[in-house]
Design a protein around this ligand. Structure first.
Ligand SMILES: NC(=O)c1ccc[n+]([C@@H]2O[C@H](COP(=O)([O-])OP(=O)(O)OC[C@H]3O[C@@H](n4cnc5c(N)ncnc54)[C@H](OP(=O)(O)O)[C@@H]3O)[C@@H](O)[C@H]2O)c1
Length: 261
């Protein structure tokens, strides 16, 4: 995709799943990369592999985005390397499947910080330079879980609705600035997300998992086209449209049945 050629892209959550797939795709389009996540060993291994395959520039900057001040520390480290970020991919995130009270207060704090707080802060810190340059892009990874409230996935689905809403608003606000904004909404994807969230892969709602590669390509296409909302597969249009029309109580019933353990 020509849009990414010669650009420097910051990918959060690059140590696993969709983040790894974004990184490979972007390198194949001729982008330079700044990779971040907590697991440095994984980022180093990915950087080595990508440099060998594509001869592109890759900077590794580990960061815990759940820590207060994490995004600010990351942006300072990027500035110290004298790297200008053209495109930000807010991909890091995690979920929790279970009754609300089974989740610890600390876990919810971290989830809100990684899924929402860090996304807002990184965007706020990196956007001014994009606007000044008259070009740039913000790709926010949301989820189809953000279409409706989902019992037993309550906090996660709420954080992903936040991501959809803020992406729509920024897309509108930034029209005419040259900065693209897109929210990617994947359905279930074959990554470590399931194990981290405690989701049972055998559940009907999690059959037919998409590959992280196909999801990453759709997301990057969405950003290149400046689509405010990109579904990871065409079939997701059905639940998306239904979520706009079914009464919330019916949605809660279906969502609850899908996610109850
Ligand atoms: N898989 C799905 O079914 C699915 C569906 C819809 C949306 N999504 C969304 O897609 C995005 C990517 O998830 P994935 O499926 O690729 O899951 P994954 O394989 O578990 O990857 C999650 C990434 O987020 C990073 N991360 C988690 N906590 C972090 C923290 N405190 N600080 C910094 N980085 C952190 C992880 O890195 P470290 O652990 O190394 O820090 C990892 O690189 C997430 O936003 C997720 O909500 C996934």
């Amino acid at each position: 995709m020509q849009y990414f050629y010669g650009k420097t892209v910051l990918v959060t959550g690059a140590s696993s799943g969709i983040g790894i797939a974004f990184s490979h795709e972007l390198a194949s389009y001729g982008a330079s990369l700044v990779l971040t996540a907590r697991r440095k060993d994984r980022l180093d291994a990915l950087a080595k592999e990508i440099r060998a395959r594509f001869e592109c520039e890759v900077t590794v900057l580990p960061c815990d985005l759940s820590e207060p001040g994490g995004p600010e520390t990351l942006v300072r480290a990027i500035q110290e390397q004298e790297v200008a970020v053209d495109i930000l991919i807010n991909n890091a995130g995690f979920g929790f499947n279970g009754s609300f009270l089974e989740g610890s207060p600390e876990m919810y704090q971290k989830m809100m910080q990684v899924n929402m707080g860090a996304l807002v802060m990184l965007t706020r810190l990196l956007l001014p330079d994009m606007v000044r340059r008259g070009s740039g892009g913000i790709l926010n990874v949301s989820s189809m879980a953000g279409f409706l409230p989902i019992p037993y996935f309550a906090a996660y689905s709420a954080t992903k609705e936040f991501v959809i809403n803020i992406s729509w608003s920024l897309w509108k606000e930034l029209q005419g600035t040259g900065v693209h904004v897109s929210a990617l909404c994947p359905g279930p994807v074959d990554t470590e997300f399931m194990e981290v969230a405690g989701v049972d892969r055998k559940k009907a709602a999690f059959r037919g998992l998409q590959s992280p590669e196909s999801v990453a390509i759709r997301g990057l296409r969405g950003l290149a086209d400046n689509s405010p909302l990109k579904l990871s597969r065409t079939l997701l249009r059905i639940p998306y449209l239904l979520s706009k029309w079914v009464p919330v109580r019916l949605g809660l019933l279906i969502g609850g049945l899908a996610m109850k353990k």
